[in-house]
Design a protein around this ligand. Structure first.
Ligand code: SF4
Length: 345
């Protein structure tokens, strides 16, 4: 019977260690292999030169290291934001983005092929949902980007294609892989999970003892408006989502980020800002105000005056807020755009 090679990127350190021991190899061999993969970006056993030929052959027969293939890559001449369209082993495609902020690189990674949530302002939502990514497919995006750019990624946001909390187990496993000091050793406080808000999953996440950063895509201050742009709001109201966020904040003692896309003459009125401030009163939150990228939808960006005013109302109400412009707008870096272009070919 032909044995199926196990993808190392799907495995936690303990799982890999167990598999290595099952092959009759010493414990430190696991550390050596992971060092090659995660620190030196060597993805073929043949090149792992501190292992004997016999061991390299044994490993190659039993394990694989599956990285996605880059079908497209766009680099912004404005801010160096780099967007990848990756092909997975089964031919499905996903997007990953590398963003640069003062001195550090952040990877924005996908968790699903497509997305079932169907937010009205999102290109990914329009393309439908195909499947969840495995933990290894999530981890592999980080290694593929690092390998291409020689950048060490220290910050990760689960904010690409897909709703992370609808792929809870694989997302959590990928986090556990990435934070292990034997693998990527990413600081858990440098990882952000961004969600439209699934209350029971947010509460569950708060009990994992991981203290990840949590970002909630709220985008409206009334259920009536949120229903129109995030269909899932009909199932979980703003109040339910924020109640769960409050539990998360209390259990983790982490400040929760509230994402709010500003759309002209839809959710940019003074009344929306005041209502938002009232909803968030007493919570330890930070609001990111994101003027909408008009390229992705038929919705318009508010005037600069309106954007500033919205922020001022929040600040005057004691809510911390900042305006954040989407990076890479010139290279279709908004979630799902590149993939849709590819699918339409
Ligand atoms: S914004 Fe996020 S949750 Fe909404 S459809 Fe797009 S990928 Fe899905």
């Amino acid at each position: 019977m032909r044995c199926v090679a196990l993808n190392i990127l799907e495995m936690t350190y303990d799982e890999f260690l167990m598999a290595i021991k099952d092959l009759g190899l010493e414990r430190y061999r696991a550390d050596q292999v992971l060092d090659w993969v995660y620190k030196k970006h060597i993805f073929v056993f043949e090149k792992m030169t501190n292992l004997s030929k016999e061991h390299r052959n044994l490993l190659a027969r039993n394990f694989s290291i599956d990285l996605p293939e880059a079908l497209d890559k766009r680099v912004s001449p404005l801010d160096h934001t780099t967007k990848y369209l990756y092909k997975l082993q089964d031919g499905n495609t996903i997007e990953s983005v590398l963003l640069f902020h003062e001195g550090y690189a952040t990877a924005c990674i996908s968790t699903q092929v497509g997305c079932p949530v169907k937010c009205s302002f999102c290109a990914t939502g329009k393309s439908g949902f195909i499947r969840n990514l495995s933990a290894g497919e999530i981890v592999s995006q980080i290694l593929a980007i690092e390998n291409d750019t020689n950048q060490t990624i220290r910050n990760i946001v689960y904010m690409g294609m897909g709703e992370p909390l609808l792929n809870y187990d694989n997302v959590l496993k990928s986090v556990r892989v990435l934070i292990d000091e034997k693998t990527k050793n990413v600081g858990v406080r440098r990882i952000t999970v961004s969600t439209v808000g699934i209350p029971d999953k947010i509460v569950r996440l708060s009990q994992e003892g991981l203290d990840l950063n949590l970002a909630i895509s709220l985008h409206a201050a009334s259920n009536e408006k949120r229903d129109q742009i995030i269909p899932m709001n009909r199932r979980y109201t703003i109040e339910e989502v924020l109640h769960a966020a409050k539990i998360y904040q209390e259990n983790s003692d982490r400040r929760v980020t509230i994402e709010y896309i500003l759309i002209r003459e839809f959710n940019d009125f003074d009344e929306d800002a005041r209502r938002l401030a009232k909803l968030l009163k007493g919570m330890k939150v930070f609001v990111n105000l994101i003027p909408i990228n008009p390229v992705v939808s038929n919705m318009e960006r508010p005037t600069q005056w309106k954007i500033n005013r919205f922020k001022e109302i929040l600040l005057e109400s004691g809510i911390e807020a900042e305006v954040r412009y989407e990076k890479g707008a010139d290279i279709e870096a908004a979630c799902g755009q590149l993939r849709i272009r590819h699918l339409q070919k």
